[in-house]
Design a protein around this ligand. Structure first.
Ligand SMILES: Cc1cc2nc3c(=O)[nH]c(=O)nc-3n(C[C@H](O)[C@H](O)[C@H](O)COP(=O)(O)OP(=O)(O)OC[C@H]3O[C@@H](n4cnc5c(N)ncnc54)[C@H](O)[C@@H]3O)c2cc1C
Length: 246
C-alpha cells in the first residue's frame, strides 16, 4: 500500500490544514491556472519539492508514485517516478474541493497526432503571425484565424492556449514549440514570457494587444494597445477587410 498522500490545493484555499501530512510522502496538486502554477513553483523553490509539472494521470507503483505527462507541447510522453518527500504538480481538471484526492487508474498520455496541412499558410514560413494566448477564448482565436486568412498570415499560440484546446500543438510557438521568423508577430492576450518569446526570431517586429497595460509583452513590443481583445479584435478584422476591399 502506498504511503503517499495526495492533496488538491486551491490558491487561497485550505493549505495550512494539510501541513501535518508533510511528514509522509505528499503530493500537492494545484489547478493549472496562472495563480496555481505560480504557487506550485514558489512552493517547489522554497521547499525543494520535486516539480512534476502539468500531469495527466497518477498511479501507485509499490511505495512510489508515478505521474504521467507530456512535454514539448504534447509531442513526448513521459512517466515521472517519485519515491519519497514532497512533490508538487498542476492539473487541467482540478477536483472541486481542497483536500485528499484518491489516486486514479494509471492512464498513459497520448502524444497529439499532428495533421500535415492544418493551416493554409505554414507557421514556419508565414510573413505575418498572429499569436494568441491564454487571454483569448474560442471566439478570439476564430477572429485571429479570420484576420490571418485576410492577411495571408498564420496563427500561432502560447502553450497555455494549446493546453486549453484553443489551438493545436502544431501552432505552439516558444521554447518547447516552434521557432518562427515572420516579418511581423501580433501577440494577442499573451503576457510575454521568455519561454514564448524564445520562439520568435530577433529580427521580427512585435506588436501586442493586452488588457493589462503593465504586461511584460509591452516591454519588448515595438507598438501595442492596452485594450480588451474582445473589443479590439473585431475592429482589427473590420479594418483589415475594409483595407483589402478598398
Ligand atoms: C520548460 C517550459 C517550457 C515552456 N514552453 C513554452 C512554449 O513553448 N510556449 C509558450 O507560450 N509557453 C511556454 N511555457 C509556458 C510559459 O512559462 C508561460 O506559462 C506561457 O508562455 C504564458 O502564456 P500566455 O502568455 O498565453 O498566458 P498568461 O501568462 O496567463 O498571459 C495571458 C495574458 O492575457 C491577458 N489578457 C487576459 N484577458 C485579456 C483580454 N480579454 N484581452 C487582452 N488580453 C487579455 C492578460 O493580461 C495576460 O497578460 C513553458 C514553460 C516551461 C516551464
Amino acid at each position: 500500500m502506498s504511503r503517499w498522500h495526495v492533496f488538491g490545493v486551491r490558491p487561497g484555499g485550505a493549505c495550512p490544514t494539510l501541513l501535518p501530512a508533510f511528514e509522509e510522502p505528499t503530493l500537492l496538486v494545484f489547478p493549472a491556472t496562472a495563480e496555481g502554477e505560480a504557487l506550485c513553483g514558489a512552493i517547489a523553490a522554497a521547499s525543494g519539492a520535486a516539480m512534476l509539472g502539468r500531469i495527466a494521470s497518477l498511479a501507485r507503483e509499490g511505495h512510489a508514485l508515478v505521474a504521467s505527462r507530456t512535454t514539448h507541447g504534447g509531442r513526448i510522453a513521459v512517466r515521472l517516478r517519485v519515491a519519497e518527500g514532497l512533490a508538487v504538480a498542476v492539473v487541467n481538471d482540478m477536483p472541486d474541493l481542497d483536500g485528499a484526492i484518491a489516486l486514479g487508474a494509471p492512464a498513459e498520455p497520448a502524444p497529439e497526432r499532428i495533421a500535415r496541412a492544418d493551416q493554409r499558410v505554414a507557421l514556419e514560413s508565414a510573413r505575418i503571425v498572429l499569436g494568441g494566448g491564454r487571454g483569448l477564448d474560442e471566439a478570439g482565436f476564430a477572429l485571429l484565424e479570420r484576420i490571418a486568412e485576410a492577411l495571408g498570415g498564420a496563427v500561432g499560440a502560447s502553450l497555455p492556449a494549446v493546453d486549453l484546446g484553443l489551438a493545436p500543438v502544431s501552432q505552439q510557438v516558444g521554447q518547447s514549440g516552434k521557432f518562427v521568423t515572420p516579418a511581423l508577430y501580433f501577440a494577442v492576450g499573451m503576457s510575454g514570457t521568455p519561454q514564448h518569446l524564445a520562439g520568435i526570431g530577433s529580427a521580427t517586429r512585435l506588436i501586442a494587444l493586452n488588457s493589462d497595460p503593465a504586461a511584460a509583452i509591452f516591454r519588448v513590443a515595438e507598438a501595442g494597445a492596452a485594450a480588451d481583445a474582445r473589443t479590439l479584435l473585431p475592429l482589427v478584422l473590420r479594418a483589415v477587410e475594409a483595407g483589402l476591399a478598398a
